[in-house]
Design a protein around this ligand. Sequence first.
Ligand SMILES: Nc1ncnc2c1ncn2[C@@H]1O[C@H](COP(=O)(O)OP(=O)(O)OP(=O)(O)O)[C@@H](O)[C@H]1O
Length: 246
Amino acid sequence: MSATTPLLQIEGLNAWYGEAQILFGLTLHIAPGEAVALVGRNGAGKSTTMKAIIGLVRRQARRLTLGGADLLALPTHAIARLGVGYVPEDRHIFADLTVLENLDLGRRQRPADMTLPDWTTDAVFDLFPQLADMRGRLGGQMSGGEQQMLAVARALVGNPSLLLLDEPSEGVAPIVVEQMTRALARLKAGGLSLLISEQSSDLCAAICDRAYRIEQGELRAHGPRTGQASETSLKAALAPGNAPTR
Ligand SMILES: Nc1ncnc2c1ncn2[C@@H]1O[C@H](COP(=O)(O)OP(=O)(O)OP(=O)(O)O)[C@@H](O)[C@H]1O
């Protein structure tokens, strides 16, 4: 894959819960090493987009590929093995397992063709030093912010090439948002591709190259490309009501 070939390519993505259609023809892409924001109000379809990428909801698309591999026919565990990490909004931390045990559940060997560094336990503890100090603590005895860090760390030890983060700053203290922003900036600098959903674009504006705004299951705007993004321009481009630029 050349540097300009998108890592993730989505064309015409529709998704349903039962009979209810939630996503309508989404088209977006993420280049290798790019951080992309998916912004939109409550219920706009951000979580559903992530679930559709990893096959947790019924979906159909003209194209849904990672590094050229078709994801549409694959079960969720195979999509994870191909390199898609997922941090769900509710984090899914096992309350009765320790930090180390939660990490063990996420561990997956790095695919042979992946050039990114191997995410060992020490590497995630270096990224989130608090977790190192509480490695024996039960998940149920951690704060929301600590659980959020653990959820990201657990996705990382799965050695993804693309990390989907569903509202990583939701319900956590401002200090944790700052730590998370720094950690995500480090991940991006290390070459990991990121798709981050947010209701506001604050965290995303600090690290994302581009952003898509989603409203009622449709993409309505597309923010600046790599190299042009600044916090204000990204926010301005994504203000509700702006015209699509894709
Ligand atoms: N399990 C489900 N069954 C039926 N409808 C659902 C289900 N989960 C979500 N929905 C509906 O799908 C739509 C999109 O929800 P989604 O969770 O993707 O939005 P979101 O943009 O992530 O919002 P939030 O910020 O609230 O998480 C909403 O109308 C929601 O009510």
